[in-house]
Write a protein that binds this ligand. Structure first.
Ligand SMILES: [Fe+2]
Ligand SMILES: [Fe+2]
Length: 178
């Protein structure tokens, strides 16, 4: 197997996510977990590509990452969390509040023009956040358990989620207001 070089900033989990996606595709896990975890690995790969070894940022790749990450969050906010709530007779998943808070923070980090430091912060947050979603007891496994044999239908809805409108970067004085 080809030796992989990691030029990821400290605190990232690129290899871990890729390994997780590989494992998930070879053992019996639910369709939702396979689909969403593979998307995590794809996004991690894009972010890694956006940081070439020369210390710069590949803006075209970063913008694709930004668009696709916002769509990924929309899949969770508009499909998975409402689905889980409906299946639980209107009761939110206990993890929903923490996930939504993370999504808000991730979206805030996607607003300014990217810098290596900002991307490092994004990597660290995504590494933490994805652990709430992947693996036993994570969001995706919980949704698979709720979906039962309907997991493929949920995946079809996830795959059909459109791109979300993406605003230009903003670096002005309103950036740090909450
Ligand atoms: Fe998420
Ligand atoms: Fe996710």
């Amino acid at each position: 197997m080809e030796q992989q070089q990691s030029d990821a900033p400290p605190g990232t989990d690129f290899e871990e996510s890729a390994a997780m996606a590989t494992v998930l595709s070879s053992v019996e896990v639910g369709a939702i977990e396979v689909f969403m975890t593979q998307d995590h690995a794809r996004l991690d790969g894009l972010l890694r590509l956006a940081l070439p070894a020369d210390g710069g940022i590949d803006r075209d790749v970063y913008e694709q990452f930004r668009r696709d990450l916002l769509r990924h969050i929309a899949m969770e906010e508009k499909v998975l969390l409402p689905y889980a709530r409906a299946k639980r007779n209107g009761e939110r998943l206990p993890v929903a509040k923490a996930l939504r808070a993370d999504h808000g923070e991730i979206a805030r980090l996607l607003v300014p023009t990217p810098s290596p430091a900002l991307i490092g912060a994004l990597c660290a947050l995504l590494g933490w956040h994805n652990r709430l979603e992947e693996g036993p007891g994570g969001l995706y496994a919980l949704c698979d358990a709720l979906a039962g044999k309907d997991g493929d239908e949920v995946v079809e809805r996830l795959a059909a989620q459109p791109q979300v409108p993406v605003a230009p970067h903003y670096d002005g004085p309103l950036l740090n207001r909450t």
